[in-house]
Design a protein around this ligand. Structure first.
Ligand SMILES: C[S@@+](CC[C@H](N)C(=O)[O-])C[C@H]1O[C@@H](n2cnc3c(N)ncnc32)[C@H](O)[C@@H]1O
Length: 228
């Protein structure tokens, strides 16, 4: 496959100079935005589907897009239940490359993942794995607060713990993600080059690889703390 996905351009040349201060503020304050009723509904739907499978652990695929990665993660982890969450009904309703047998240990739901993370935390449900695969990079400097690691929900995401993996084709995004984890937790996280050796996990990964982009990843294990 050949593709010509554009390389990310940004007015940032390294980790944002405001990241440190913003993270300190996030760590010291609660995020009080009300949870949307539609997110609660999606959360309950996902929980019912999970419980019907009797799998003991869940995996979160945050911003799953069309849900291909959700399905692939379900095949890779047959003993887990995978929940793909995306806010775009347009993306979720597009069925791409649904060839082969479908695993039955996954669901995709439409919800704001910001709410979903908080609902998991409220219910004390701790995923074994959390994937953030090719999140919107928000590369303009003034967009910092929209990136997941600078968003007010980030302490909650980290408090859920588990194996956490973020991938991006923008190195600075992953460097900042690793820096934010290091600032907010007890571990030192790192940005590393991601050399994909198998089938791309997501359509964006496939597109970037076909366009010759380098891919970056931060992966870590965190204990669930239950507090943030
Ligand atoms: C760049 S796409 C990547 C999709 C997929 N992970 C992939 O790699 O193919 C980012 C996705 O995140 C979703 N997204 C962004 N903010 C979100 C939010 N607050 N809640 C749920 N989904 C969100 C978007 O709708 C979009 O599908």
């Amino acid at each position: 496959m050949h593709s010509n996905s554009r390389f990310i351009t940004s007015n940032q040349t390294g980790i944002h100079d405001q990241l440190h201060d913003l993270i300190q503020r996030r760590a010291a304050s609660d995020y009080l935005k009300p949870i949307a009723p539609s997110s609660r509904l999606a959360f309950n739907t996902a929980l019912v589907a999970w419980r019907e499978t009797h799998k003991s652990h869940i995996i979160i695929d945050a911003g799953c897009g069309v849900g291909l990665s959700t399905r692939r993660l379900a095949t890779l982890h047959p003993d887990h239940f995978v929940i793909g969450i995306d806010q775009s009904s347009h993306r979720l309703s597009r069925h791409v490359e649904w060839s082969g047998d479908s695993p039955d240990n996954f669901i995709t739901v439409r919800a704001d993942v910001v709410d979903f993370w908080r609902l998991l935390h409220e219910a004390a449900i701790y995923p074994s794995h959390q994937y953030l695969l090719y999140p919107n990079p928000w590369p303009k400097k003034h967009h910092l607060a929209r990136r997941w690691h600078a968003h007010p929900v980030f302490p909650t995401l980290l408090a859920l713990g588990g194996y956490i993996e973020c991938r991006s084709n923008w190195k600075i995004y992953v460097e900042e993600f690793a820096a934010a984890v290091t600032l907010m937790s007890s571990i030192t996280a790192r940005c590393e080059k991601f050399l994909s050796s198998s089938t791309p996990l997501t359509p964006f990964e496939e597109k970037y690889l076909a366009s010759g982009h380098e891919l970056w990843r931060c992966s870590l294990h965190l204990p669930a703390t239950g507090s943030h």
